[in-house]
Design a protein around this ligand. Structure first.
Ligand code: CP3
Length: 355
């Protein structure tokens, strides 16, 4: 029955009144922070960092020690799930993620199985427990997973991609194989998020980073139904508290009504969307998260404040807004600008939360 002392994030996700607009930042623990780079160097590499619950706890807390953020997000990566499915994740220095065994042949898809998170992803669950202990109920812990479709993109390509040639080839020539991967991913992601909830995550978020690369029909066939399937399988409550869910399809601005209907409490939006217009479309149904352009954080502090103010004006008065960037914070961001942003949101948003 533990509710964090600062529960503005949980309230905003459920569109309950709050004194100000809560803020957290996607990738808030990351390479723009010198202390992160130090811990990462101590770990050896990024994956070692993810696999050590002690070090993952340490880096999760680093941004909170610097900025009065309203939430912690589990330090891990979306690609731990396909790694647990046996695809062999590794990171090529400076090049991003790779899989040793991407899904290319039909038999490789047939052989895919759903991993038991308590076995193959125990290190993530241990990190959740340790982070919760370290947070001491000051702010909530957000757990997360990649969406079934976004994970499938990496599993099929074997790496990041601009054009998703292999994925699109499978989608248009063997949709049955893609559907099989997506169904297994949906089961794996649901089990993984449920385990995170059991081990301390107080809200969860699905990152559908590549859903926006699909056609209109493709999104409704290959991403949305599997987001919905994951959300339908998650427990609504844990420890007597509702566990709010956020779904974020990058580039999904055209499909807000569909996303608002997927079974989430909150829909994340990127900076291509006008927040006020998005609210008019879905505001009666879900909270919204976003959506400052991460590029704003390269500007002088007064511009950061002005641009934060514009996002707040755009959403307008009342609850149901979680301030965030429209995507992850860049590694080139000056940390002081994140401090300016957090303070600006806390200060300027009070105006929009008076009775
Ligand atoms: O938001 C957070 O602070 C939580 C931690 C988190 C990371 N990755 C840490 C990370 C989360 C939620 C993610 C999600 C993730 N990972 C996504 C979806 C969201 C998005 O950003 O689109 C995706 C597509 C990935 C896959 C991934 N992981 C890529 C493409 C890369 C390389 C990109 C890069 O910036 O080099 C990663 C590595 C990664 N994940 C880093 C961090 C802090 C950088 C690793 C390092 O220290 O070198």
């Amino acid at each position: 029955m533990t509710r964090p002392k600062n529960d503005t994030l949980l309230r905003a996700l459920l569109r309950e009144p709050t004194p100000y607009t809560p803020i957290w930042v996607m990738r808030q623990a990351g390479r723009y922070l010198p202390e992160y780079n130090q811990t990462r160097a101590r770990a050896g590499d990024f994956l070692a960092l993810c696999r050590s619950p002690d070090l993952a706890t340490e880096v999760t807390l680093q941004p909170l020690a610097r900025f009065p953020l309203d939430a912690a997000i589990l330090f891990s990566d979306i690609l731990t799930v396909p790694d647990a499915m046996g695809l062999g994740l590794y990171f090529e220095e400076g090049e991003g993620p790779r899989f040793e065994r991407p899904l290319r042949e039909e038999w490789e898809v047939r052989d895919l199985t759903v991993p038991d998170p308590y076995d193959r992803l125990r290190y993530v669950l241990d990190a959740c427990v340790q982070i919760r202990r370290a947070l001491n109920d000051e702010v909530p812990l957000i757990g997360f997973s990649g969406s079934p479709f976004t994970l499938a993109c990496y599993m099929i390509e074997g790496r990041g991609s601009q054009d998703f040639v292999q994925t699109k080839r499978m989608l248009y020539s063997r949709p049955d194989l893609l559907h099989r991967i997506l169904e297994l991913n949906a089961q794996a992601v649901a089990a993984y998020l449920e385990a995170q909830i059991q081990n301390g995550a107080q809200a969860v978020m699905l990152f559908d980073t590549w859903g926006g690369a699909l056609s209109h029909a493709g999104f409704h066939e290959f991403s949305l139904p599997y987001l919905r399937a994951v959300l339908a399988r998650l427990p609504r409550r844990h420890d007597g508290q509702i566990v709010p869910r956020t779904v974020f399809t990058k580039g999904g601005g055209l499909w807000l009504e569909s996303l608002a209907d997927a079974g989430a409490d909150c829909v994340g939006v990127d900076w291509t969307v006008d927040l006020g217009a998005a609210r008019a479309r879905v505001g009666g149904k879900v909270a919204l998260q976003g959506n400052l352009d991460p590029g704003v954080l390269f500007a002088p502090p007064e511009v950061v404040r002005q641009e934060a103010a514009k996002v707040l004006v755009s959403y307008g008065a009342g609850s149901g807004h979680v301030f965030n960037l429209g995507h992850g914070v860049s590694q080139l961001t000056p940390p002081d600008n994140v401090a300016v942003l957090v303070d600006a949101v806390h200060e300027l948003s009070r105006l929009y939360h008076q009775e």
